[in-house]
Design a protein around this ligand. Structure first.
Ligand code: DGL
Length: 263
């Protein structure tokens, strides 16, 4: 009998990583997943860099010990842009797939040269984000828009609550820039929570733009790191979801079920 393959661990501060998990499931049906939400620390957007770095590195000490995954996907821009390097240094035996603002593809795709990055305030402040802009988008005008409220709104929306259009408009408005006859044509969704609101963003946008969601690219990268046998054996049955608070509410547990997860 061959041993069951190790699972892939997917990590976020909350439910945002589910936007990445759904792509992972499509591209790697041969693997089980463990979804970890650090809901006790949510939202990550307002945390100081040193504190968040320490929290994430410590948490992974426990998670790797308990679950022994094959690969870890950090499905959170706010966590990875601050703690990615420290995670790799602390756990060199583990392969980490990160999530960073999709500035490179945005710069390659823009026609107007005006690109906006919609993210948490933490991701907007990061040196990592500035370096991505310098390395890949120096020929573009990049507008960084940090939202304190959108991650919470996305959590509420996906749980079935109604969010007022005006509240969302106020958060995304800064992404739409008109300058010298040009206007923004690409908005990077640089927080994994935001794709849950993508249809609302499209409806409320003052003009059409491309909204870049990096989930598929992250899943492709993860697939390239997984050792798969020559014969295709899809895996079935629910995967576990772990909440650091220890007690997800009823709506959250029902939401997890919809994603094939048991909390
Ligand atoms: N989903 C997370 C990200 O990609 C952040 C949400 C939060 O905790 O503020 O950045």
């Amino acid at each position: 009998m061959t041993a069951e393959p190790k699972p892939i661990l997917v990590f976020d501060s909350g439910i945002g990583g589910l936007t990445v998990l759904r792509e992972l499931r499509v591209l790697i049906p041969e693997r089980h997943f463990i979804y970890v939400a650090d809901d006790a620390g949510f939202p990550y957007g307002g945390w100081g860099e040193a504190e968040l770095n320490a929290r994430v590195v410590d948490l992974f000490g426990v998670l790797l010990q308990a679950h022994d995954p094959e690969v870890c996907v950090i499905a959170c821009n706010t966590a990875f842009t601050v703690a990615g390097a420290a995670l790799r240094a602390a756990y060199p035996q583990m392969r980490f797939v990160g999530t960073v603002p999709a500035i490179k593809p945005a710069a390659e795709r823009t026609r107007s040269g005006l690109v906006s990055v919609l993210a948490t305030p933490g991701t907007v402040r990061r040196a990592y984000t500035r370096e991505l802009i310098q390395s890949f988008a120096s020929q573009c005008d990049v507008c960084l828009v940090g939202s304190h409220r959108l991650a919470r709104m996305a959590e509420a929306y996906i749980r079935g609550e109604t969010i007022a259009d005006d509240d969302i408009r106020a958060e995304i408005g800064g992404c739409f820039v008109e300058e010298g006859g040009r206007r923004t044509d690409i908005v990077v969704l640089a927080c994994t929570h935001y794709p849950f609101l993508a249809n609302v963003f499209r409806r409320l946008a003052p003009w059409p733009v491309d909204w870049i969601d990096p989930a598929e690219a992250i899943a492709r990268r993860a697939r390239s790191l997984v050792t798969l046998p020559a014969t295709f054996t899809p895996i079935s049955g629910p995967d576990p979801a772990i909440f650091t608070s220890g007690h997800p509410d009823f709506t959250t547990r029902r939401l997890m079920q919809g994603f094939g997860l048991t909390a």
